[in-house]
Design a binder for this molecule. Sequence first.
Ligand SMILES: O=C(O)C(=O)C[C@H](O)[C@H](O)COP(=O)(O)O
Length: 231
Amino acid sequence: MKAASDPAEMSRQDQLSELLRQSPIIPVITIERVEDAVPLAEALVAGGLRLLEITLRTPVAREAAAAIVANVPEAIVGIGTVVSERDLVLASELGAQFALSPGATPDLLDAAAASNLPFMPGIATASELMAALARGFDVVKFFPAVPAGGIATIAALAGPFPQARFCPTGGIGEANASEWLAQPNVIAVGGSWLTPATDVRKGDWPAITDRARRTLAHTSAFHKGLNEVPR
Ligand SMILES: O=C(O)C(=O)C[C@H](O)[C@H](O)COP(=O)(O)O
């Protein structure tokens, strides 16, 4: 386990923070048909969303992520639903630029601390956040954000943990993304609302690009990269 003050650890986390500041809306993507992967990623990138979370939830997830890495150079690919050290290794092998998890077991945190890949563990409680912070992970997913208490929970965690930065996912949508991003300790938001299965199945890529553009426009006042808040 590396200490939080380890310079290599800090720079890896800073790298992740920088990615999130510049691209604070993260589509959480679950791909059912591998042939959808590239046009879907292109549609999101065309709408201004470059940071993509490809979940490892489907049989074609690996192939889909590899296709995006190979064919959509503007996309910054993160691998999601990383629940084991094996998944973390897979994320690196796929050429991902970062990895994310809905949670954080001690084993996964240790493996991530020993890996060079920027990693965002998932937390829903103070104790889980403490385990992540103890290993140097100060940027965490807050999942499942709305069921786990919503904005009130994030605001309460700011008291004892002012150094933590959150990327809430789970129940975020176009209607509430700005409200979340307006919280000083929310660095980015993510969710599946940007890639509805109905649009993906129809191959309605323009609808996906429009939604991405609209979300960026609605939320831009709250992007931390443009309106930095002191850490
Ligand atoms: O699969 C993962 O790796 C996760 O971390 C969970 C996702 O972030 C949420 O399932 C997204 O939630 P919705 O936007 O409400 O669909």
